[in-house]
Design a protein around this ligand. Structure first.
Ligand code: NHR
Ligand code: GAR
Length: 215
């Protein structure tokens, strides 16, 4: 059975969605860079090993990355999953797990890389927003895209309302993408991700994912 390690920084609702999806893998550990992350208690409650590598205890980003890699490697994961992880990782860290790190980002990449995506989407007046699951590469938020889900931006939306609508989609597509990885169905060709065995029926499914769920 494949092993995954999940990295979090906060609430951990995406991590929880992965736990509840009963994926065909062992969740070897949940690791947070912040000891206050609410997700740590959720993971512990589910019987999963937890660790904290507090970035504030390190003088440099490189030293943090090295300590984080050491904590991760103790669990020898096949896949590293960033679920609301809020620290930028240097190229050397990413290369160590090349092709084996995926992230969920709260925008339709390549729009709105970085943080505070919902606020910026509202400011820019976009009509469609969403989330992206992608492979992590050294260039921030620019790795090959595995799956996206779109939602409408409604006139009355504030940041919280829009974030909540996007989050519901995150909880649907993130377990789906991790499952595809675990099943060995994903391959990367340049910047494109191919899903093995994608049938016309699967194309219907993809269409359902990108169709707005309403409000
Ligand atoms: N690292 C690499 N090399 N490549 C990616 O694609 C990465 C990554 C690390 C994290 C997640 C990403 C997101 O989904 C992610 C993708 C944090 C920041 C950030 O600015 C930006 C993007 C992401 C995560 N972090 C600040 C920092 O100084 C701290 C911000 C804060 O604590 O609020 O590291 O959005
Ligand atoms: C999620 O919306 C995730 O996409 C986003 O933070 C939230 C974490 O929620 N990630 C980032 O912004 C990464 N920079 P969660 O802790 O409940 O999963």
């Amino acid at each position: 059975m494949k092993r995954i390690v999940i990295l979090i920084s906060g609430r951990g609702s995406n991590m929880q969605a992965l736990i509840e999806a009963r994926l065909p893998c062992a969740i070897a550990a949940v690791i947070s860079n912040d000891p206050r992350a609410g997700g740590l208690a959720i993971a512990a409650g589910a019987g999963i090993d937890t660790r904290v590598v507090d970035h504030r205890e390190f003088a440099t980003r490189e030293a943090f990355d090295v300590a984080l890699a050491r904590a991760i490697d103790a669990f020898s994961p096949d896949l590293l999953v960033l679920a609301g992880f809020m620290r930028i990782l240097a190229g050397a860290f990413v290369e160590r797990y090349a092709g084996r790190i995926i992230n969920i980002h709260p925008s339709l990449l390549p729009a709105f890389t970085g943080v505070r995506t919902h606020r910026r989407a509202l400011q820019e007046g976009v009509r469609v927003h969403g989330c992206t699951v992608h492979f992590v590469t050294p260039e921030l938020d620019h790795g090959p895209i595995i799956v996206q889900a779109a939602v409408p931006v409604l006139p009355a939306d504030d940041e919280a309302a829009l974030a909540a609508r996007v989050l519901r989609q995150e909880h649907r597509v993130f377990p789906l993408a991790v499952r595809w990885f675990l099943e060995g169905r994903l391959s990367v060709q340049g910047q494109r991700v191919l899903l093995e065995g994608e049938s016309p029926r699967a194309a219907d499914l993809a269409a359902a994912i990108v169709s707005p769920e309403g409000t």
